[in-house]
Design a protein around this ligand. Structure first.
Ligand SMILES: Cc1cc2nc3c(=O)[nH]c(=O)nc-3n(C[C@H](O)[C@H](O)[C@H](O)COP(=O)(O)OP(=O)(O)OC[C@H]3O[C@@H](n4cnc5c(N)ncnc54)[C@H](O)[C@@H]3O)c2cc1C
Length: 402
């Protein structure tokens, strides 16, 4: 393919690859452009946790929950559909409370769901019940929130699975190609300039997450902000952590992979500027020390294991904590799927279906109003992102860090 496509998808993460796959499946001539390699951004550097999360009694909370529930259901079929085993385990997760304050917050959250009449499988467990499920947890924990429909996966394998499936259906995927800018004629996007070459298309989709502001200068400043996260991984261990876990108001998270390695991340609040506004994929000792302390405090029996690797990745955080999904009305021909905060694997597979429906003239099947990509054009980019709020107000300050 050269010079022209039906749809150009920019970005080879979970969103770009799932969109390319679904559009190719719908018979579109797709060209995906990725500046580095497939899954080289956040999609290849994340914790691998997934699930629908809890509903929230707001329009955007409910709309997002419905999308994530559909995503979880779709995910169950993907190993067979894509012909790839990406180690999907949807057997439940524990958000562990290691202080009475955390337990009170979880208790409050679970009761609020009940009071709002929202159906949810999320349950509050006391310390005994929690340790029945995960005996390696410290005896000092206070309890946990148990969510039976959450779990984990191997993100790299899933993203490559989408990319390979897209290729099999005729999509062209070019890596090492940077989109420098959009080509806009009149007010309409008609293509991109990539590595100096002009490539035209009927539609351009930006699945560029944190990097979106760089090629969409029209996006109001502060709508999407890079947020650096860091992760460490231990040597392989016998099975010790049967379920993925969260801790410290869900700011820390971890899991044991099927190969036995334990992976843990979080503590962004110990990074420079809490990791916000930084594009360098750089780890830092205070963050890694915080993560290690969290892991060994929760699971004292693994205090002596070796850390074999660590890395950083850049997320796209949005001012309101809600992603941007859909046509970008300010520039006809342009569509966005960006700003997935800390949870893109609870959205990406179904986002491919949604964007393909939109670009083939079908109903998206979900209420997308809360995700309108031009919602910040009114000027309101006041930072109100719940995934950083606890850190900014240092709600977890009571946790000791070396
Ligand atoms: C440390 C960490 C832990 C996380 N933990 C979890 C977790 O446990 N569960 C979960 O669901 N999510 C987690 N996330 C978030 C998740 O990884 C993201 O939400 C998700 O990967 C976003 O996918 P994406 O395809 O939108 O973006 P990305 O994967 O970032 O892909 C965007 C791609 O666009 C490319 N690109 C950008 N600009 C251009 C350009 N101009 N030209 C060409 N290509 C371009 C980039 O190179 C990149 O590959 C975590 C993220 C990090 C960093």
């Amino acid at each position: 393919m050269s010079g022209r496509a039906d749809v150009i998808v920019v970005g080879g993460g979970v969103n770009g690859c799932s969109i390319a796959y679904r559009l190719a499946e719908a018979g579109r001539k797709v060209l995906l452009l990725e500046q580095r390699g497939i899954a080289s951004g956040a999609s290849g550097r994340n914790g691998g946790m997934t699930g629908s999360g809890a509903p929230h009694p707001t329009p955007e909370g409910m709309a997002g929950y419905r999308i994530r529930v559909a995503n979880t259901e779709l995910m169950r079929h993907l190993p067979e559909e894509l012909g790839v085993d990406f180690d999907l385990r949807l057997e439940g997760s524990l958000n562990v409370a290691s202080t009475p304050e955390m337990y009170a917050e979880i208790d409050h959250a679970v009761r609020a769901l009940e009071a709002a009449g929202l159906e949810s499988d999320v349950k509050l467990l006391d310390a005994y019940e929690t340790r029945q499920l995960m005996p390696a947890l410290s005896e000092s924990i206070c309890g946990a929130e148990w969510a039976p429909d959450r779990g984990h996966l191997w993100p790299f394998a899933l993203v490559h699975g989408f990319a390979d499936a897209a290729r099999r259906l005729g999509a062209e995927i070019r890596t090492g190609v940077t989109v420098e800018r959009l080509v806009v004629e009149g007010d309409r996007a008609v293509g991109v300039i990539a590595n100096g070459e002009r490539i035209e298309a009927d539609d351009v989709v930006l699945a560029t997450n944190a990097y979106t502001p760089r090629i969409l200068p029209d996006l109001p400043a502060g709508a999407i902000v890079p947020a650096r996260g860091q992760i460490l991984v231990t040597q392989q261990l016998p099975p010790v952590i049967p379920y993925p876990f969260g801790n410290n108001f869900d700011k820390e998270y971890g899991r044991q992979t099927p190969s036995g390695q334990v992976l843990c991340g979080g503590y962004r609040r110990l990074d420079v500027d809490e990791g916000l506004g930084h594009y360098e994929e750089r780890t830092s000792p205070p963050v890694l020390a915080g993560i290690a302390r969290c892991l060994t405090t929760l699971f004292p029996s693994i205090a002596q294991v070796k850390v074999v690797r660590c890395w950083a990745g850049i997320m796209g955080f949005t001012a309101d904590g809600v992603p941007l999904i859909g046509r970008y009305d300010a520039v006809p021909g342009l569509t966005l799927a960006a700003g997935f905060n800390g949870g893109g694997f609870s959205w990406g597979p179904i986002v491919g279906v949604i964007i393909a429906r939109i670009l083939t003239g079908q109903e998206p099947g979900f209420d997308l109003a809360p995700f309108n990509p031009t919602r910040f054009h009114g000027g309101n980019t006041t930072w109100n992102n719940p995934y950083t709020a606890g850190e900014r107000s240092n709600a977890t300050g009571s946790v000791p860090v070396a």
